[in-house]
Design a binder for this molecule. Sequence first.
Ligand SMILES: CC(C)(COP(=O)(O)OP(=O)(O)OC[C@H]1O[C@@H](n2cnc3c(N)ncnc32)[C@H](O)[C@@H]1OP(=O)(O)O)[C@@H](O)C(=O)NCCC(=O)NCCS
Length: 167
Amino acid sequence: MTYLTETLQSFHEKEKFSSGNELLDMYLHTQANQDIKRKLSVCFVMKESENNLVKGYYTLSNNSIPLHIIPESIQKKLPQSYKSIPTILLGRLAIDAKFQGQGLGQLLLIDALKRCHEISRSIGSFAVIVDPTDQKAEFFYKKYGFVKLPDSGKMFLSMKTINQLFQ
Ligand SMILES: CC(C)(COP(=O)(O)OP(=O)(O)OC[C@H]1O[C@@H](n2cnc3c(N)ncnc32)[C@H](O)[C@@H]1OP(=O)(O)O)[C@@H](O)C(=O)NCCC(=O)NCCS
């Protein structure tokens, strides 16, 4: 599979990245590399072709969610002996403000889902979970089929649905 992104490395000019969301910007500037070293998450960046400026990024990590918060129609089909369900967390996703509104957010999300699809072929992962920072982000994910999970603010897209996108 080919991807639009690569793993964050020291030559990427991450300090200039500015999406308008301070938490997501600070994460890339100060924490993403530490998290990679500690094996807490992996950060993938989309960069400008002619230099190393970061146009957008996302992070992926292992995750699980309690069985009882999954939508009932899906929950019924799962063995009730599983108290928690393995998932992948698409923890953060952001596009630099200069490039927003040009379809790159959609491309970055598809790139992330493609990696999740690929991972799910070798490690059991029932769904991708996102954690939208505000209502605008929630609308963005809702557009692509993510469903809100009760009480957590997180959203859910089943791997079955994702796999259909890449077959
Ligand atoms: C949310 C974000 C990633 C979208 O990226 P983008 O490149 O501007 O989005 P795109 O141009 O690819 O738009 C894709 C679709 O989502 C819609 N969309 C984009 N931003 C949206 C928003 N804030 N609310 C609702 N819909 C939105 C677009 O209208 C477009 O739909 P269309 O094709 O029907 O017109 C970007 O605005 C961003 O980085 N925001 C700050 C960080 C953030 O909130 N991250 C998300 C959660 S962690």
